[in-house]
Structures are given as structure tokens and as C-alpha cells.
Ligand binder design. Sequence first.
Ligand code: NDP
Length: 331
Amino acid sequence: MEYRNLGKSGLKISELSLGSWLTFGKQIGDNIAKELMYLAYDNGVNFFDNAEIYANGASEKVMGEILKQSGWSRDSYIVSSKVFFGVNGLKDSKPTQKGLNRKHIVEACHQALKRLNVEYLDLYFCHRPDKSTPIEETVWSMHNLITQGKILYWGTSEWSAQEIMEAHMIARQNNLIGPTMEQPQYNMLHRNKVEVEFDQIYKTVGLGTTIWSPLASGVLTGKYNSAQDPNDTRLSLQELEWLREKNITEENLKRVEKLGKLAEELDLSLPVLAIAWCLKNQHVSTVMLGASKLSQLSENFKAIAAKDKLTNDVLEQIELILNNKPEKPTY
Ligand code: NDP
């Protein structure tokens, strides 16, 4: 396991980490969640990602219980939470129970600390931008939580480059601590933010990234390409029809089919190729994995060794597939 600096900070984060969205407190039993965290930790993962909204707070409770029982030294791992949606979601939370105003940021932090059984959060993310709160109020609130020792680093998720820069300018003007990291979606099928939009701010503010959905919710494993759709998976869940529509398109399935063939030629599984491809991007501080089974997580760890197989030539072939260009002749 490689440990990368989280942006311009000195914090060393494992290149692969484990997230809990849709799995902890929801799709999987608590015993599986525990085994996943132990497998991850034993393989050198030091970052576990969470959020107030995941399973309406249940994901943090499950993770908190596992952390309490684990006996792992608190200084050996990094744990996060995110604020914005409220524990009941935007629709069902009261006006004061969501958003990035000072009241909700502070209260959500206290509640996350309780659910996660920790005295401080290592990383605290603004889960989405909040158009109804001045960014200045959010920057001050996050800075104050840092000075109070309740969080160590703060960041954003799915903010635009412009919003991140605004937060940095406000921080600079007021001598406050600005956001260290952003949590964007990044995978072979979703590249724009990480590769284009943020291009300048890696240099200007030294942005770190904790990237999500490296397998596009499982589409990049190839399992949705088979004639018979799997029925015990994330994208077969009725309530996630919206996520399915976003990720399973005819064009994506065609790309996935070609990527599968390339993976086979390299003697890799497709998920391993897809995760290793994310790791090759040096602007990625950590690739956050999701898993509903232990076997998936052990398989996905092979991406670390697979990085060596992704030579410039292979990366070029991937580029051609992703851009729908004719593949290089093999003579
Ligand atoms: P992925 O895109 O990697 O999807 C993970 C899912 O894919 C698993 O739960 C499993 O689902 C399937 N899968 C994983 N590995 C394999 C394999 N080897 N073979 C077959 N199927 C596999 O990541 P996530 O979408 O889970 O994102 C990772 C983390 O990022 C989240 O847990 C969360 O912490 C964070 N996140 C943050 C967001 C944000 O807005 N900030 C948004 C989304 C995620 P199944 O078995 O059910 O098919």
C-alpha cells in the first residue's frame, strides 16, 4: 500500500480506502461490515469514509461500533463524515437540520462524533455546495471546528472549482484554514471534474482528492453486460433506479465490453483494471472502494500490484476505448 499526501497537507492517506455508502447499515449485515473493515485495515487501508446521510446515520453507528470494538489505536486510522443533506435527507429534514449554515455544521459534527464513537473527525466534508448559505459562513464554521479540535481537516464534495477557489480566497483574506480536499466522482466513465475542471487548482491550492465510485457503482466490473442482469446487486435495487439510469447506458456498456477484453489480455479482472487506472492519476490522493462482499474487496486490492501493468501503451489503448476511437492495430 502506498501512502499519499492528502493535497498539500502532510497527512498520509492510503491510496485505497473504504467507504460505506449504501452498504453499511443498509445492503449488508453488520458482521460483513466488520469483516470488510478488518480486511481493509489488515491490508494497510487507513481511511474509512462516512456521512450523516448514509443509511440515515446508521452507517456511522455501525462503523462507530466496529471502531470501538476493534481496539485499533486512534492515531492509526483516518475517519470522515460529511454534512449537508441532514440525517433524514433534504426532503425530510427540518430547515435547521440541513445545509452548510453554522448551526447545522456544528450540530451535525457533534452528532457524527457521537455515532462514530470518536472524539474528533480527521476529515469533515461539505457534502454538496449550499447555494443558500454564504461560503464565508461555512469557511468560518469549519475553521472554528478545527481550532476547537473537533475536526482536523475540512473539505468539499462535488463543489465546482470556482466554489473551492472562493472558499480559499475567503480563508486567505481572514487568515483561516481553507479546504484541504475535494471528494469528486472519478472513474473511467466520469472524468471531467478531476481531469479538466480541477486542473489548475491542483497547482494553485494543492487540492487533494478522495475519489468516489471508482467502479461506477459496479458497471465497471462488467456484471451488467451479461445477457441476464444480476439481481442481487446495487443497481438492481428498485429504489436506485435513478443511479442505474445514470450509469447503465448503451454507450457505457459498449465501452465496458471493450475494456473487459483488454483486461483479459492483461490477465486482470475488469474491476482491478478500472481501479488501477484511477490510481495511476497522481492527482488522486485515495481511491475510495465500496464492497458488499469480502471477495470483492480482496479482488479490488489487486489493483495496487496491477498499476505496473498499466504502461503508457496500455493507457493509450484505454484512452482510445473511452473516446470511442478505433483501437490500435495489433501488427
Ligand atoms: P464503486 O463504484 O466501486 O461501487 C461499489 C459497489 O460495486 C460495491 O458495493 C459492489 O456492489 C460492487 N463491486 C465492488 N467491487 C466489485 C467486484 N470486484 N466485483 C463485482 N462487484 C463489485 O464505489 P462506491 O460507489 O461504493 O463509492 C465508494 C465510496 O465513495 C462510498 O462507499 C462512499 O463512501 C463514497 N461516495 C461518496 C459520494 C459523495 O457524494 N461524496 C457519492 C458516492 C460514494 P454490489 O455487490 O451491490 O453490486
